[in-house]
Design a protein around this ligand. Structure first.
Ligand code: EPU
Length: 332
């Protein structure tokens, strides 16, 4: 068995029988049928994976394609990027070139191939807004397939790749960027950080710096403190439910989400006094209650107990069920 624990940012033990590196699209086509014939786990940066059971009797696929192919047409830039390109490095490289659109998504850990899977989003912008299409290997049809943004069925932390988890392997994403800045600073904390840093709301590079400033203040660095970012999704509830909750909890932050409303799960967990609460080696992060950290060689069992406590408590007080946000391997 191969020990892959170090390839996940939560550092829960992971051992697998086989590891397969995919370094090109051709490579994916050749290896596709073999991968399709057994259980497979796709592992990129490992920053959104929770391993509940350590032994994986299958093949771990590492999509290491690192291509970077821009096409410039006037002010618009169409950029195809390989699934193995580290996301934050990509954001920084596009900004260096003066190609804008990804600045709000700075400092998100992981590889580019994971971005469409859960439609990464932060500080008012989602991946879907900059995505033109995604190149996939379809294990079912055993062929390459290109899906447009509409066909990807993007939603809040959702895509067709979440709906059909073992069917596709992301090989590249094609992004729509612009040489003209289109700043997005509606998220309040960005304006505050710009002021603190003396940056300009018209400069995408300053926005990226502001986002990095906020993230560094609130979110633990996975290189130093094992974590997978937000551990739960912000629950989306019907407006009537949100209105009722607002009567009892007037400070509970809520955001419109279609006809429904999205509630700040971090606020709810914080309100219940969970910040800093620990079970064995796992704990609720001190600065952001939506993040769970593996502080001291935590086990999957510690994590299960902590998840259970949080969910039960939130359910009792707010009547809302929290869903785990990262991908899970093995039974909870
Ligand atoms: N809040 C608290 N206490 C806490 C945490 C949050 O009171 O301990 C409050 C905040 O003050 C704020 C609200 O709750 O009023 C929302 O908090 P925040 O802005 O930090 O964002 P979030 O809803 O907790 C989401 C994403 C993050 C993303 C941020 C910024 C999800 C599941 N998470 O977090 O994404 O960076 O918004 O856009 O949607 C991730 O997915 O891993 C991730 C970090």
């Amino acid at each position: 068995m191969f020990d892959l624990t170090g390839l996940t940012t939560l550092k829960l033990p992971l051992h697998a029988r086989q590891v397969l590196k995919i370094s090109s699209v051709e490579n994916a086509c050749i290896s596709g049928p073999e991968i399709a014939s057994q259980p497979a786990l796709i592992l990129g940066g490992g920053s959104n994976l929770v391993v509940f059971e350590p032994e994986f009797e299958g093949v771990v696929v590492r999509p290491e394609i690192k291509t970077f192919d821009p096409v410039i047409d006037g002010d618009s830039v169409t950029l195809e990027v390989g699934a193995g390109y580290p996301w934050h490095a990509l954001v920084m490289k596009t900004l260096e070139h003066g190609w804008f659109g990804l600045e709000n998504l700075a400092l998100i850990p992981g590889w580019t191939g994971a971005a469409p899977v859960q439609n990464i989003g932060a500080y008012g912008v989602e991946f879907a807004e900059r995505c033109e299409r995604v190149l996939l290997y379809d294990f079912e049809a055993q062929t390459l397939i290109r899906l447009t943004t509409d066909e990807m069925e993007f939603g809040y932390r959702h895509s067709i790749l979440k709906a059909q988890p073992n069917r596709f392997l992301v090989l590249s994403v094609t992004l729509n960027l612009s040489r003209i800045p289109e700043p997005r600073v509606e998220y309040g904390a960005i304006r505050e950080a710009l002021e603190t840093l003396g940056g300009s709301a018209d400069s995408p590079r300053d926005i990226a710096k502001a986002v990095m400033h906020i993230r560094r203040a609130k979110l633990p660095d996975p290189e130093l403190t094992p974590n997978v970012g937000s551990f739960f999704k912000n629950p989306v509830v019907r407006s009537e439910v949100a209105d009722r909750l607002a009567l009892d909890f007037p400070d509970l932050p809520m955001y419109p989400s279609g006809d429904s409303r999205k509630l700040a799960a971090g606020w709810m967990i914080d309100h219940l006094g969970f910040k800093g609460r620990s079970v064995g080696g796992f704990a609720v992060h001190d600065q952001q209650a939506l993040v769970l950290v593996n502080r001291d060689k935590g086990t999957a069992q510690d994590l299960r107990y902590l998840i259970d406590e949080i969910r039960q408590s939130v359910k009792e007080t707010f009547g809302v069920s929290l869903q785990i946000e990262p991908t899970q391997l093995g039974r909870l």
